[in-house]
Structure formats: structure tokens, C-alpha cells
Design a protein around this ligand. Structure first.
Ligand code: G3H
Ligand code: 13P
Ligand code: ZN
Length: 328
């Protein structure tokens, strides 16, 4: 059944677990997520970015998610729009039937220039008014995602890097978060705590100084009833990097957010955990391996089903690690 993010995350908060939110662009990703949810009895958040709408087309994406709900009626599914750049974009998604939208007012409408606080409050508040009137939940964002180690913004919504950020821009301020929530009434808040989008987050496995669990704790204390969202939560599995590079790929050494650190965040109020890159890496690894080992094969279903298997394993692992399993 289709449910709102608020309903899903309120349950997660009550029982102290987190819910991974996976990006979807195609049938194989959707199948992998649902197979894993079915296997582990987990609720689902699937999210579509602007890039996904451009790739698959909004109607195909919408029906992909509706098809999942039809095939797995016992699994609660939240259909979420990732990184909306304006109230108008969010409104179109609400009209399409999304049960949750993100209004990312941390950046201007171009999706790359950091915005000022008043702008963020204004676009987010307007989106919440409209969405709540339709029973749709809203996620806002305060602070700019960036790697505290490298000072790089990463791929914010894949639209492009914004250049070097200061440490203050890269850590959400707890007092400002409290003011933002009071003024906008968002259901969930994406915070900046040292993670960044994409595969190139850290040049070494991150420790406490570059991923700030302390900041998560401080924010959660100020806004205990707002669900915290961790973007850029891919762990960048080293085993898949090795497979990619063994079978013709060339991805330089890089590290993501260790699953244990995300679990630590969940203990302190993180409820929604955004993951895209890990499924991309797993499917690319699976395709490269299959192609290299089966050079005479040309039926796409053969290699695409390998991607489904590879992605399902990751999704099952995250559902189990985050405590989502058993809560459908
Ligand atoms: O937030 C970024 C997600 O990974 C979506 O990426 O815009 O390339 O679809 P995308
Ligand atoms: P990753 O690039 O770490 O998978 O993050 C995805 C994300 O935050 C989507 O909004
Ligand atoms: Zn994101």
C-alpha cells in the first residue's frame, strides 16, 4: 500500500530503526528493492530524482512504483520525490501521486548555488502548506552537503558541484534547525554532517573527525520530533570496486560512509538514509563481470538479472543493518 513518509518514519522513530531510501530509475532497481523488502519484511521508500524523471519519463516512473505496490500489496511503500528544486516541481509530483516530496531549498532553483536562509524558509514553508493540504509529507534541507575531509560539495543531485564549501556551511547549525522547523513545519530534515553525494566522498575510511555524529546528536536534541535524513549515505562497497576494476573498469581508490556509522546516526535520530551510488556500483560490477565471463551472450535479460541479484544483496544488507527488517 502507498503510505506517506510521515506515517512510515513516525513508526521508525517509535521503534528506533532507520529506513533506507533508494533511488529508482528503472525496472531492475525497483525489482531489487521489492525483492529485498519482501524477503526481509521491510517497509520501502523509493525516490525519484529529476535525473530519473528525465531518464525514464515521469509516467513510466510513476507506473513502475504503482506496479510494485500492486505486486507486493503487503509492503508499505512511500513514493518520494528526491531533491525538488522549487515549489512548482513539488506540486507536479504531488499531482502525479507522490506521497512525499523533498523541497531542497538549501540551493537555488539551478540546483547548484547555495541559497540564503530566508529563501530556504520561504520555499519550504510554501511547499509544506500545499503538500500537507493533500496529505503529502515534506522533507527540507538545511546546510550544504559536502565532504568535511575534502571541502568538495560532491554531486548535489547530480546537477554539478558548487565548488569549495566552508566547514560552517557543511555542518547544519542546531539552533538554526530548530528555527527552520518552527517556521516551515517540515516532517523531515536533511542535515549536513560530513557526507556528500556520489562515489567520491572520502580518500580514506572516515572517522569521527570527518563524519560528525556529535552534530547529529546536537540537532536531534533541538528537534526531537522532526525525522533526520542523511543524504549521501552510500558505503561505496570495496568488494564491488574490486570487481569493477578487475573486469575492465577504472575507478580510483575511494571510500563511502561505513554502515556502522549510519547505524550510530540511527541511534541519534536519523530515520531516512538516502542511497543511490551503492546500487549503481553493484549493477555496474555485475554487468562487467557477466560480460567478461560470457562474451557470446547478447540477451539483455541475462546480464540485467545479474544486476538485480547484486542490488538485492545490498538492499537486504541495509534493511537488516538499519533495523528496517521485520517492520513492514
Ligand atoms: O541526489 C542524488 C541522487 O543520487 C540522484 O542522482 O540526479 O543522477 O538521478 P541523479
Ligand atoms: P549517494 O550518492 O551516497 O548514494 O547518496 C544518494 C542521495 O543522497 C540521494 O538523494
Ligand atoms: Zn541527496
Amino acid at each position: 500500500a502507498l503510505i506517506s513518509m510521515r506515517q512510515l518514519l513516525d513508526h521508525a522513530a517509535e521503534y528506533g530503526y532507520g529506513v533506507p531510501a533508494f533511488n529508482v530509475n528503472n525496472l531492475e532497481q525497483m525489482r531489487a528493492i521489492m525483492a529485498a523488502a519482501d524477503k526481509t519484511n521491510s517497509p520501502v521508500i523509493v525516490q525519484a530524482s529529476a535525473g530519473a524523471r528525465k531518464y525514464a519519463g515521469a509516467p513510466f516512473l510513476r507506473h513502475l512504483i504503482l506496479a510494485a505496490i500492486e505486486e507486493f500489496p503487503h509492503i508499505p511503500v512511500c513514493m518520494h520525490q528526491d531533491h525538488g528544486t522549487s515549489p512548482a516541481v513539488c506540486q507536479r509530483s504531488i499531482q502525479l501521486g507522490f506521497s512525499s516530496v523533498m523541497m531542497d531549498g538549501s540551493l537555488m532553483e539551478d540546483g547548484k548555488t547555495p541559497s540564503d536562509y530566508e529563501y530556504n524558509v520561504d520555499v519550504t514553508r510554501r511547499t509544506v502548506e500545499m503538500a500537507h493540504a493533500c496529505g503529502v509529507s515534506v522533507e527540507g534541507e538545511l546546510g550544504c552537503l559536502g565532504s568535511l575531509e575534502t571541502g568538495e560539495a560532491g554531486e548535489e543531485d547530480g546537477i554539478g558541484a558548487v565548488g569549495k564549501l566552508t566547514k560552517e556551511q557543511m555542518l547544519t547549525d542546531p539552533d538554526e534547525a530548530a528555527d527552520f522547523v518552527a517556521k516551515t513545519n517540515v516532517d523531515a530534515l536533511a542535515i549536513a554532517c560530513g557526507t556528500s553525494h556520489g562515489a567520491y566522498k572520502f580518500t580514506r575510511p572516515p572517522t569521527g573527525d570527518i563524519l560528525s555524529i556529535d552534530r547529529i546528536k546536537a540537532i536531534h536534541k533541538k528537534i526531537p520530533n522532526t525525522h533526520l535524513v542523511m543524504h549521501g549515505s552510500s558505503s561505496v562497497p570495496q568488494e564491488w570496486l574490486a570487481v569493477i576494476n578487475e573486469f575492465g573498469g577504472a575507478i580510483p581508490e575511494t571510500y563511502g560512509v561505513p554502515v556502522e556509522q549510519i547505524v550510530e546516526g540511527i541511534k541519534h535520530g536519523v530515520r531516512k538514509v538516502n542511497i543511490d551510488t551503492d546500487l549503481r556500483l553493484a549493477s555496474t560490477g555485475a554487468v562487467r563481470k557477466f560480460m567478461a565471463e560470457n562474451p557470446a551472450e547478447f540477451d539483455p535479460r541475462k546480464y540485467l538479472s545479474k544486476t538485480v541479484e547484486a542490488m538485492t544483496d545490498i538492499v537486504v544488507n541495509r534493511y537488516e543493518a538499519f533495523g528496517t527488517a521485520g517492520n513492514a
